[in-house]
Design a protein around this ligand. Structure first.
Ligand SMILES: Nc1ncnc2c1ncn2[C@@H]1O[C@H](COP(=O)(O)OP(=O)(O)OP(=O)(O)O)[C@@H](O)[C@H]1O
Length: 256
């Protein structure tokens, strides 16, 4: 689904070049849940943005479904979820979700049906008529996930979507996201700073390190697809978390 070969990206700044990505090789299969973890500045966001055609590699090749990222973007291959929900306060939840659909030219009946379906997927039935400020932070983030799902892209790119939420809400959203992933079969790219979150959610964990931004380890998860939250207490889970931690240490030390 996503194939990166020797992808490098250097930003030219007034203080000199910044090597945000260096020789990144990665292959992501359809339906995988891939987390990117690493200290600040290791290029996680830049890599996600490169997949979504929001940045262009300086060298190397990146294909999405056999297309260039830009072609894939035009074919509506991506939904993108940011750290902040980014909902317009003057639009109701349904209006926020349907906005990209309006821009893309979906007709009114189709929009209404899609909004209904994605609200159900994120467990927000009955909240379409509310304004964002009437919802909790976790519910707002679910609404922003619904918005990214509304046009049925095959790939969902999520940049630390739960980073600003407390741990209890985050646990619930992790469970809900996993259920949604199993139900929809989407390919998910997910940036996180949290080792337990990466281990709980992923089929593949990509450990990165900074200066230059690069991949230090790719870990395929042996955990089953069905994952109750208490899987986090199992020896398999703990061993995997340990492996990720080792990868982070190897890459750069303790500045995660
Ligand atoms: N548009 C830009 N112009 C110049 N430098 C940039 C730009 N975008 C990112 N960078 C730099 O590239 C490097 C990688 O940034 P990136 O945001 O991808 O890291 P990250 O791993 O997502 O970090 P964080 O966890 O803090 O979000 C950083 O040194 C950052 O300052």
């Amino acid at each position: 689904m996503i194939e990166a070969n020797a992808v490098s990206l250097t930003f030219q700044t007034a203080d000199g070049p910044i090597h945000a990505l260096k020789d990144v090789d990665l292959s992501i299969g359809a339906g995988e849940f891939v987390s990117f973890i690493g200290p600040s500045g290791c290029g996680k966001t830049t890599f996600l943005r490169t997949i979504a055609a929001l940045e262009s590699p300086t060298s190397g090749t990146l294909t999405v479904n056999g297309m260039s990222p830009d072609e894939a973007r035009r074919a509506r291959a991506y939904g993108y979820v940011f750290q902040a929900p980014g909902l317009y306060p003057w639009r109701r939840i349904a209006g926020n979700i349907s906005l990209p659909l309006e821009i893309m030219g979906f007709d009114k009946a189709d929009r209404a049906e899609r909004v209904r379906r994605v609200l159900e997927l994120v467990d927000l039935e009955g909240f379409g008529g509310k304004f964002p400020w009437q919802l909790s932070g976790g519910m707002q983030q679910r609404a922003s996930i619904a918005r990214a799902l509304a046009f049925d892209a095959d790939i969902l790119l999520m940049d630390e979507p739960f980073g600003a939420l407390d741990e209890i809400v985050r646990d619930r959203l992790n469970e809900a996201l996993l259920a949604l992933w199993r139900k929809t079969g989407k390919t998910i790219g997910f940036v996180t700073h949290s080792i337990p979150e990466a281990v709980y959610l992923s089929t593949k964990i990509v450990v990165m390190s900074p200066r230059p931004g690069r991949i230090t380890r790719i870990i395929d998860s042996p955990l089953p697809a069905e994952r109750p939250l208490d899987i986090r207490d199992t020896p398999e889970f703990i061993a995997l978390a340990h492996e990720v931690r080792e990868g982070l240490r190897e890459g750069h030390g303790d500045d995660v």
